[in-house]
Design a protein around this ligand. Structure first.
Ligand code: DAH
Length: 342
C-alpha cells in the first residue's frame, strides 16, 4: 500500500505539471480527490487492513491528500497569473510620449475666457484669488451689507446645507475675505462658480461663473472704475464694444451701476439671449459701500474703492456667440471641443 501511495504522488505531480488551464486542474482534482478519485479510493481501501497498519497508512494517505489539495490550489493560482499576463500582453501597446493623432482635449470656453481675464487683470496689477463654493451666511450676505431681513436676499435664493452653510450665490461672497486678507490698498480679482435656485432658460442657469474684482486705495473714483472696465472689455472682445451705464441697486455698493454691452449675438437687433432688448447685462459694479469696507477692516474715511461682478458665463456667450447658456454645462463634447486655445 505504501508503494501505491508513493506512485500515486508521483503520477499526480506528473499530470499536474501537464495541466495548462483551470479546467484541466479541476479535472485532475476530481480524478484524485473526487468521490471516485484515486486518493479517495485509497482511503476506502483502509477498511481491509489491520488496526495498526490502518493508523500508519491513514496518516500517509491524509498527508498525500493534503499535498494534492495544496498543489492544485498553487497550480490554479499560477495558471491564473499566466493568463492575466497573456491578457495584458495582448492589449495594444502605446507610447504615451508620442504626439497625438488629432485627438487632443480642449479647455472649456469658460476656462479660456477666465484665463484671458486673469492675464489682462494681472497685467494691470491685480492679484488673482481663489475662493470656496460653500460659504457662510455672513460671507455671502451679511458681510456685503445684506442683513438677514433684507429684500435683496429674495433675488439670490440658493441651496442650503443642513449646517446652515450655503452654495455661494455670487463671487461678492469673497469680498470680506480679500479685504481682511490684504487690507488696503488692494487690487484683486476672484473668479468662481456660483449657484442659484433659478428657473432655467436660454440665459439663466442654476450654476454659472462670475468674476469679481475690487480695487481699494486712496482717492479711487468712478472714473477709475470706468477706465478699468473699458480696458478689460476691449481686450476681451478685441474690438470696440458699445457699453452703457445705468443706475443699479446693490446693497454693497453706493452708487451702484449696471454696465450693459450691446448684444453681440444679434448685433443689437434683439434675440432670445438679450430678451429682445439689444443689450446684455454684463457687469454690475459700483463704489464699495462704507459698511463693506468697515466689515473688511478698512477705514472708509481713508480709503475708497470700486467693485464689479462680471458675469463670466454671459461674457463667454457673447464672445463665442453661444445662444443657450445650458449648452455650457451640457457636457456635450461635440459643442465644447470647438473651443481650442488660441
Ligand atoms: N454680486 C452681484 C450679483 O451677483 C453682482 C455685483 C454687483 C457685484 C455690483 C459687484 C457689484 O461687485 O459692485 O448679483
Amino acid at each position: 500500500m505504501k508503494e501505491k501511495i508513493d506512485s500515486l504522488r508521483e503520477s499526480f505531480e506528473q499530470e499536474l505539471s501537464r495541466t495548462m488551464s483551470s479546467d484541466a486542474v479541476e479535472q485532475l482534482r476530481v480524478a484524485y480527490l473526487g468521490k471516485k478519485g484515486s486518493v479517495t479510493g485509497l482511503l476506502k481501501s483502509l477498511k481491509d487492513v489491520g488496526a495498526q497498519e490502518k493508523k500508519e497508512l491513514g496518516q500517509h494517505i491524509n498527508q498525500l491528500k493534503k499535498q494534492v489539495e495544496e498543489r492544485l490550489a498553487q497550480r490554479v493560482e499560477s495558471i491564473r497569473a499566466a493568463e492575466e499576463q497573456r491578457e495584458i500582453a495582448a492589449v495594444e501597446r502605446y507610447d504615451v510620449t508620442l504626439p497625438s493623432k488629432g485627438l487632443t482635449g480642449s479647455y472649456h470656453p469658460i476656462t479660456l475666457v477666465q484665463r484671458q481675464l486673469e492675464e489682462i487683470f494681472s497685467s494691470m496689477g491685480f492679484i488673482v484669488e481663489d475662493f470656496k463654493e460653500i460659504v457662510t451666511d455672513y460671507e455671502c450676505f451679511e458681510a456685503v451689507n445684506i442683513p438677514k431681513d433684507h429684500p435683496a436676499r429674495d433675488m439670490q435664493d440658493t441651496y442650503y446645507l443642513e449646517n446652515g452653510q450655503l452654495l455661494k450665490t455670487h463671487t461678492s461672497a469673497a469680498q470680506n475675505f480679500i479685504l481682511q486678507k490684504y487690507g488696503a490698498p488692494v487690487r484683486a480679482i476672484f473668479p468662481g462658480r456660483c449657484f442659484r435656485n433659478e428657473a432655467t432658460d436660454a440665459s439663466h442657469e442654476t450654476t454659472f461663473f462670475q468674476m469679481e474684482g475690487i480695487m481699494v486705495d486712496k482717492n479711487i473714483s468712478i472714473s477709475n472704475l470706468i477706465y478699468f472696465m473699458k480696458t478689460m472689455l476691449s481686450q476681451v472682445f478685441e474690438r470696440e464694444v458699445k457699453v452703457r451705464l445705468r443706475p443699479g441697486f446693490f446693497p454693497f455698493v453706493e452708487p451702484g451701476f449696471e454696465l450693459d454691452i450691446n448684444c453681440l449675438i444679434c448685433g443689437g437687433e434683439g434675440c432670445s439671449t438679450c430678451h429682445h432688448s439689444g443689450w446684455v447685462e454684463l457687469c454690475p459694479c459700483g463704489m464699495i459701500h462704507p459698511n463693506v469696507l468697515k466689515m473688511g477692516g478698512v477705514d472708509p474715511e481713508e480709503y475708497t474703492g470700486f467693485a464689479f461682478g462680471l458675469g463670466l458665463t454671459r461674457l463667454v456667450m457673447m464672445k463665442y456667440g453661444v445662444k443657450d447658456i445650458r449648452d455650457l454645462n451640457s457636457g456635450n463634447l461635440k459643442a465644447l471641443s470647438q473651443f481650442q486655445q488660441a
